[in-house]
Structures are given as C-alpha cells and as structure tokens.
Ligand binder design. Structure first.
Ligand code: BES
Ligand code: MN
Ligand code: ZN
Length: 482
C-alpha cells in the first residue's frame, strides 16, 4: 500500500525513514532532514555520491529508529529512473531487515516523487507461490512524507500509481507462472477470473469458435498440443468515447519451437512467450480501474507450441483468417501466425482507430537491442514516437526500428502468398514486423517486440528475476496521453 504522511518529522515514529540526497543538493529544506544530514556528514563514507549508503541507528532529532541515506550522485545527472531505482533499493533493504513499513522523505520535484512511488511499490514484490518457506514478507505499508500543501494531489497520484503498478505485478505473476500451470485453457480461465471483477466485457472463444472465425493459423500452431487454443477478448467501453484502440498480445504459453524444436539453451525460458498477452490483459484491467476515456479492447490469442504427430509441419501451407495463405518455413516462427489471425479478427470485429500489438516475437530483436529495450515498428512515425516517449517516461524503453519496403521480398513464397520466415537469417525482427504488416490492412498500427525486456535473468533495483511485467506501464502511459 502506498500512503501519504505529513507533519513534523521530529515526531515521526517509524522503523525506517529513507532520505535521498544528491552530492550537491539535499533535496529538502526540512530542518529535521537538515539536522539528520549533519549527523550523516560525520561519516566520511557518505558524501551523497551515486550508490553511497549510510544507515543511522537511533538518530537524535527524530523518533524514527533508523534512517537510511541513499546517495544519488550529481543532481544534473539524476533523473526519474535514479529515484525509481533508489526507492526500490530501499524497499528491498527493508524487506531483508524484516520490517513492516518504511517512510520515504518525499520533498522534491513531483515527477521524482512519482518515480519513487513506482520503484517502491514495484520492489515490494517477490514470487514465492511454489516455495514451502513463506517466511519472507513484503512490507505492509509504504509511506511518503510530503509537505502539507501538496498532500491532496500526492494522495491522488499515489492511488493512480498503485493501480498501474498492480497491473505490472499482475503481468509478472502470469509470466513467472510455470508453463504446466498456464496452458491455454488455464491461462484463459485465469484472465477471465481477473477480468470478471472489472468493468470489462469478456469474449472467450474455444477452438470451435476459433475455427468458425477461420483462424486456421492459430489452430495450426496449437495443433501439436493436447491443450486446445483459446482466444480471449477484453472490451473496455466507456459510455462516451471517440477513439477505439485495440491491443493484441502474443500468448504462447510455452514455445518449444514445435517440429523445429528449440535447442536446450533456447527452450528453457519459453514460458515467457505469453508476456505480450499478460501485459495486454493486465493493461485492460488497469484501464478499466483508471476509468480511461477511450474504448480499449485487448485481443489475446493463447496457444501452446508443441511437437507431436498432429503438429503443423515445415512445408505446410495454411490459410489465415485474412484469406492469405502462408507457407511454413519454420514452426518456431509461430508468434506471427497467431498474431496474424488475431489482428485480422480485431480489424474485422472492431475496426479500431489504432492497433498496437505486443509480443515476445524474435530472438533477433533481443540480439539487436539487448535485454532491456523493446523494438517498435510502425509505418506511422508519429505513433512510434509516442510509444518511444512513453518508454522514456516509464523507463520501459523502446527504440524505433525500420520497416524497409524492399525487405518484403524475403518473405516471398513459390507456392503460397508468403512464407512465415525468410530464407536468410538477417534482419529477423524486421522481417517478422513486415510479415505482420500484411494483416493490418490500412489501420494505424505499431508492433512492439518485447523478446528482450519481458523476462529478466537477474534482479534489478525494483524487479526480481523472472517476469518483469514490461509493457503495462508503457501502454497505460501511452493510452493516458492519447
Ligand atoms: N518466442 C520466440 C522469440 C523469443 C526468443 C522470445 C527469445 C523471447 C526470448 C519466437 O517464437 C521464435 O522462436 N522466434 C524465432 C524466429 C525464427 C524461427 C525466424 C527466433 O527468434 O529464433
Ligand atoms: Mn518460436
Ligand atoms: Zn514464440
């Protein structure tokens, strides 16, 4: 829980007060903070430099039993992410110390306080559902001490941030869940259960309905699995709206590669291949909780890509919902196939003003941009720019990638309308985006490849290893500013 506190810090009773300082800026004019900084200054190891830390026990000028100072370095070099990360670090420390609560001194700039709230909330989380030992506890309360004049606006802000970050945590939970506990039917049920409590209309298509809608690409990808494909649609429709936005999320609950089976090192983390669907589902739930002004629809194709006697094969030609045929060059390029059908379905059913898809689509994108940055592909530079800007703000970073027309030749097939892969290995993320563009007709569209940032091998300041929930804060920010 994020909470706001005001009042004289001298009387503040807490187990831990956190004070952030820059090398050249104390960030607060509060006399108690000043006096605490004086005490901290007696220790030469703390100068407010980036990464400096000092814990004071039983300081004299407040009733707080501990004060943690965190150095942020030079103020001109610090930004929202500096504060987000520092707040995350403080919460992790508090959890380790088995505390129940923490109070952040939040007397600085508004956007920095917002970032602190995000970092603190997101760090107050771990995934222990499959562990017997549940002795590790998250903090029950996270307080922000603010100046009295701003308390009302900070309280509203905290509520919004908490709602949004809960969405991130929801996506993390889904992505980190093991693949035996989120096969398409189970994942669909879990999404429906979460969405049922919200102001959302739910459409839940089973394989027969998927067939009725001619989504044979989805059926082909799911054919090797004993668990049939599902398609879940979450529709948020406010009474009055002028824009309709569709979000499509790739939901491959486990990507073995199919008959083009992945090697041991590539297959291990493929439970993450539904991270796009997780982010979109959590975004819709968040959108409804925030009562946004646009109509937003989440379209979630859910399948498991497995090899079996019934699996689709390299060489197969399948007919997509759009009517276009695809020759399968590689059964491991399954994401674009299910997205193709989902995009056609979404365009036909909802005729949106803008469609954005989010997908752990290509290893090539992860190679190009590394594990922390997503690729954005759009023929509309303005739309790509909006998404990149939201990425900078939320630190769910995105980089605009090209979609050169002449690269389309790489997807030419001798016998079908197109192939699902290129014959060469170059430009894999771009080729995948170009494939998708063949299904969006003339809708304003962007594709976000999150193969890198959806899943973390290592923890960072405010996210443990595993599902990161990447995309929820990004999409919510983008939608809010539309
Ligand atoms: N799900 C993978 C992409 C992926 C890789 C996601 C690493 C997250 C981390 C996707 O379905 C895939 O297998 N793509 C192939 C495409 C290739 C066969 C053209 C790839 O990237 O190798
Ligand atoms: Mn694959
Ligand atoms: Zn995949």
């Amino acid at each position: 829980m994020l909470n706001i506190k005001t009042g004289d810090l001298a009387n503040l009773k807490t187990e831990l007060l956190v004070v952030m300082v820059c090398e050249d800026d104390s960030l607060s004019k509060d006399p108690v903070i000043n006096s605490l900084l004086g005490q901290a200054g007696l220790y030469p190891e703390f100068r407010g430099g980036a990464g400096d830390e000092l814990m004071l026990y039983a300081p004299t000028c407040t009733k707080a039993t501990r004060v943690l100072f965190l150095g942020l370095g030079k103020s001109e070099k610090s930004n929202a992410e500096t504060f987000r990360a520092a707040a995350g670090k403080a919460v992790s420390r508090a959890i380790k110390a088995k505390l129940d609560e923490v109070v952040f001194c939040a007397h600085g700039q508004k956007d920095y306080v917002m970032a602190m709230m995000e970092g603190a909330f997101l760090a107050n989380y771990f995934f222990d559902h499959y562990k017997k030992d549940k002795s590790k506890k998250v903090l029950a309360n996270i307080f922000f001490h603010v100046e009295k004049s701003g308390q009302k606006s900070f309280r509203t802000m905290a509520g919004k941030i908490e709602t949004t970050c809960k969405g991130t945590v929801m996506a993390r939970e889904w992505v980190s869940a093991p693949p035996n506990d989120k096969r398409p039917d189970m994942f669909a049920r879990s999404i429906v259960k979460a969405a049922d409590k919200e102001n959302l209309t739910i459409v839940d298509l089973d394989d027969r309905n998927i067939k009725k809608n001619n989504m044979h690409a989805m059926l082909s990808v799911g054919a090797g699995s004993d668990t049939k494909p599902r398609m879940v649609v979450l529709d948020y429709r406010p009474e009055k709206y002028d824009k309709t936005i569709v979000l499509v999320g790739k939901g491959v609950t486990f990507d073995s590669g199919g008959i083009n089976l992945k090697p041991s090192n590539g297959i291990a983390d493929m439970k993450q291949d539904m991270a796009g669907a997780a982010a979109v589902a959590a975004t819709l739930i968040t959108v409804s909780r925030l009562e946004m002004k646009h109509r937003v629809i989440g379209v979630l194709p859910l399948v498991e890509n497995m090899p079996s006697g019934n699996a689709y094969r390299p060489g197969d030609v399948i007919k997509t919902a759009s009517g276009q045929t695809v020759e399968i060059g590689n059964t491991d390029a399954e994401g674009r196939l299910i997205l193709a059908d989902a995009i056609s379905y979404a365009v036909r059913q909802y005729n949106p003003d803008t469609l954005v898809d989010m997908a752990t689509l290509t290893g090539a994108c992860k190679i190009a941009l590394g594990p922390k940055i997503a690729g954005v592909f759009s023929s509309n530079d303005q739309l790509a720019g909006q998404i990149v800007r939201s990425g900078t703000k939320t630190n769910e970073r995105c980089w605009a990638m090209p979609m050169p027309d002449d690269y389309r030749d790489m997807l030419k097939s001798d016998i079908a309308d197109m192939r699902n892969v290129s014959k060469s290995r170059w430009g894999g993320a771009i080729v995948a985006a170009l494939f998708l563009s063949g299904f969006v007709e003339n809708i304003d569209w962007a594709h976000i490849d999150i193969a890198g940032p959806a899943f973390a091998d290592n923890a960072n300041a405010y996210c443990p290893a595993g599902g990161t929930g990447f995309g929820v804060r990004l999409l919510v920010d983008w939608l809010e500013n539309l």
